[in-house]
Every structure is written in C-alpha cells, then in structure tokens.
Write a protein that binds this ligand. Structure first.
Ligand code: EPU
Length: 415
C-alpha cells in the first residue's frame, strides 16, 4: 500500500520534464515479439505496467535488460501461452495477441484484468484478427487463437478502439497482402507504434488518421526508437497548476498532442504559451467553469477526465462533464465529494458545482487516473490529504511525488 501525504494550498512553480508515454511504450514492448532481432527503446520509465509487460515477455521466452535504454531480445520464444496469473493485472496484456499470432501462428491468452472503469470487451480485437484469418475460441476464460497464415483484409472498426487498432496493426504487418483499417484510432500513441513498426521494416501509411493501410512484409528487423512524451502526464500537471495557481513549464512535450487540454485550460482562465516541445501555464485565482465531453483523439482524452473533474470541483460556476468513451469512469467522484466537492452524476454526465475550497482528508485511489485526480484535489485543498493507493499511480506516473516536489508541492510517499 502506498500512502501519499499532501499539504494543500501551495501554488506550483518551476519546470518539469515529461516522461515517455506509457501507452506508447506498452504496445512497443509487445511489438518486439514480431522480430528475432534486438529492439531498443530509449528513456522508458520503469512504471509497474512496463514491468508487468516485461514479465509477460520473459514468461514467453524473451530476454531484456533495462537501463537508460530498454533492450528487448526475443530470439526464440518458449511458448505462446499467457495464463491468467501473468495478465490479470493489466488490460494491455491483450496486445500480446496480435504479435504472437503473427510470429507463432497460435496464441493462448487469458482475458486480462486492469483498471475497473467499465466492461472493456475485446470484441473489436477479435473481429479484426478473425478478418485476418485467425480462428479464435474462448474456452474457460482463455482466448485460443490460431492461423496457419494471416492475410490482409479490409476491416471496419465499430468504434475507433486504441487497443484493437494496435493489435490488428501488429498482426497485419506480417500478414500476406494489404490490410485497410477503417475507423481506426488516431491517438498519438497509435501513430507512434506505427512509426516504430515502420522503423522495424513494416510498411504502414495513414497512421494518425482514421484509415490505416498496412502492406504485409516477410520479416521485421532490429530498431532503436525514442517514443513520444506522455500527453496524459502533461495534462495532469497542467490541470494541477490550473487548480493550485502558479507558473509551470513542461518540457519534452509536443503541444499538438494536448490541444484539447490546452483549449479547456484557456477557457478556465489560465494563460498558456508554447514552443515546439514545451508548454507553459500561468494561473492565478479561481479557475472558471468548464464543460467537457471525452472523445477519441483529437477530442478531449478520457484519461484526463478525472483530473479535470478535480479542477472543476474548485471552479467558479457549474461545469458539465460527459464521459463518452468508458461507461463507468466516475469512481473518483465519491472520493472528491468526501473532500467537499459538490458533484452529481446522471449516467455518463457529472454536474460539478464548483466550491471555493476542498478540505483535506483520508481518500483512496480508485484507479490510475482517479488517483491522479485525488492528488490534484489534495494539492489545492485546505489542510492535509492522505491518499491511500494500492499501486495505481505507479502503474502510469513516473515518480509523480518527486516531480510535484520539484514544483514546490508538499507531497511525500510512504510505501
Ligand atoms: N471497446 C469495445 N470493444 C473492444 C475494444 C474496446 O467495446 O474490442 C470499448 C471499450 O470498452 C471502451 C472503448 O471501446 O469503452 C475505448 O476502448 P479502447 O480500446 O480505445 O481503449 P484501450 O485500448 O483498452 C487505451 C489506453 C487507455 C485509454 C483508452 C482510450 C492503453 C494501454 N490504454 O485503452 O488508457 O483510456 O485507450 O483512450 O493504451 C490509462 O492510461 O489510464 C488508460 C486506461
């Protein structure tokens, strides 16, 4: 159990460097299964989700060393079976399916667990892999898939799922012929994965748009790659600065990836300025109310909805926040209410009547982004907040307590 102790009410000041994107690195780790050659990924933060992915790779027979660079070498694989124990804690484990199918011709993978933010089915992953020629059965909670050969296909996704787009793309790079993926996810992490695969010799175009075209190749080769920065970590720090006031500069971030968050923070009354790889926020006084609807990229990211709920909790006026991506991603609201927030939920809509100030108390992190929301609430609250967390924050934030301390916040972590 981790306990974050936060003394609230201090404006944030200074500069912080944004780490590489968790959601770009995880699929790259699984994509390394597509080659027998060495894969090097630079500046990977050793988040617990990264470690879980590496453990899965090791179980399959892969090898790795971590340091300034993560070196992955999947020369020979021992098995293509990932049992429940290995995958239960992380939803992204399903991303092993496409690469294993392409490399081994069969895969057995238990349906994974992960953050409790909705039902999170994998039907679109399966639909796509089936269209590429896989025969997939669900037996006793485990997906059994096999394909003698994978062949290109035209695939329409009913929803632009990030994971389904990534899984299908990773299988299609080694399929025979052309795959056209319509209504694909356009998230920067999907685009980065496509660029990573291209650097390994894959032939992909259209990444970053809703139509991705993949021309299958016979083999992929070694690569050394620098993933994009974490736009959700960046958005979290910006929301914290807007809620607490202050003057914060984030470095190593592409502002294009956080356009929606920048727009909403500007509506809040904060002043934002940017260079090609940094964003500065200056905020003073109470933020103005904001209305937000989470949407697939380039819409407002669902992964920042909770943090912006915390911000809206102390805004001047009533904010309306609608979560359209996940059906149950409001687990942080009950904890914010315990800190004095005035929030009502009606299905996917949260109506937040901003209060002048929140009050510090004992709260629990319900999930990764919900935990981040409670950190923000604690930073701007009156008094001390003790946030208990079963490890959610460390799944996705690279030393959040040190980075906030660097900005002048009073936050300590006891493990
Ligand atoms: N969905 C289906 N069927 C599927 C796949 C998805 O109905 O086969 C639904 C989901 O239930 C959900 C919606 O589609 O309601 C979006 O899911 P998506 O597949 O896009 O999400 P994901 O791939 O499971 C990734 C991120 C999430 C992020 C979402 C949306 C990774 C490892 N995870 O999840 O990140 O919220 O995209 O942008 O990339 C986080 O970092 O905290 C996190 C949860």
């Amino acid at each position: 159990m981790c306990i974050y102790k936060i003394e609230g009410g201090i404006p944030l000041q200074g500069q912080v460097e944004i780490s590489c994107a968790k959601n770009a690195v995880l699929p790259m780790i699984f994509a390394s299964l597509l080659t027998t050659e060495e894969v090097k990924i630079k500046n990977v933060p050793l988040l617990s989700d990264v470690q879980t992915s590496l453990q899965i790779l090791q179980l399959l027979g892969g090898e790795y060393t971590s340091g300034a660079e993560l070196c992955l070498h999947n020369r020979t694989l021992r098995t293509s079976q990932a049992p429940y124990e290995a995958v239960r804690s992380m939803r992204a484990s399903i991303l092993a399916m496409g690469p294993l199918l392409a490399r081994m011709g069969n895969v057995s993978i238990a349906l994974p667990g992960g953050c409790a933010i909705g039902a999170r089915p994998v039907d679109l992953h399966l639909k796509g892999l089936t269209a590429l020629g896989a025969d997939i059965q669900l037996e006793h909670g485990t997906l059994q898939a096999r394909a003698k050969t994978l062949h290109g296909s035209q695939i329409y996704l009913d929803f632009p799922s990030v994971g389904a787009t990534e899984n299908i793309m990773m299988a299609a790079v080694l399929a025979q012929g052309e795959t056209i993926l319509n209504n694909a996810a356009a998230e920067p992490e999907v685009e980065d994965l496509a660029n990573f695969l291209c650097a390994m010799g894959a032939r992909i175009c259209g990444q970053g748009s809703d139509t991705i075209i993949i021309e299958g190749v016979n083999t992929l080769h070694s690569v050394q790659y620098q993933p994009i920065a974490d736009r959700i970590e960046a958005g979290t720090f910006l929301a914290a600065a807007a809620a607490c006031g202050g003057d914060v500069t984030l470095t190593h971030i592409n502002p294009e990836h956080i356009r929606a968050a920048i727009a909403k923070l500007t509506e809040c009354g904060a002043a934002l300025s940017e260079t090609t790889n940094s964003v500065r926020i200056q905020a003073a006084g109470r933020p103005r109310k904001i209305d937000i609807k989470s949407l697939p990229y380039p819409g407002f990211p669902t992964d920042l909805q909770a943090q912006f709920c915390a911000l809206a909790s102390v805004a001047n006026g009533a904010s309306v926040i609608v979560e359209t991506v996940f059906e149950q991603r409001y687990n942080h609201i009950a904890e914010l209410v315990r800190m004095g927030a005035d929030i009502k939920i009606d299905e996917r809509t949260a109506i937040i009547n901003g209060v002048e100030i929140l009050s510090g108390t004992h709260v629990c992190a319900p999930d990764l982004r919900g935990g981040a929301a409670l950190v923000i609430a604690g930073l701007c609250a009156n008094g001390t907040t003790e946030l208990r967390d079963e490890g959610h924050l460390q799944r996705g934030y690279d030393h959040i307590e040190s980075k906030l301390t660097q900005l002048g916040a009073k936050i300590s972590l006891t493990e």
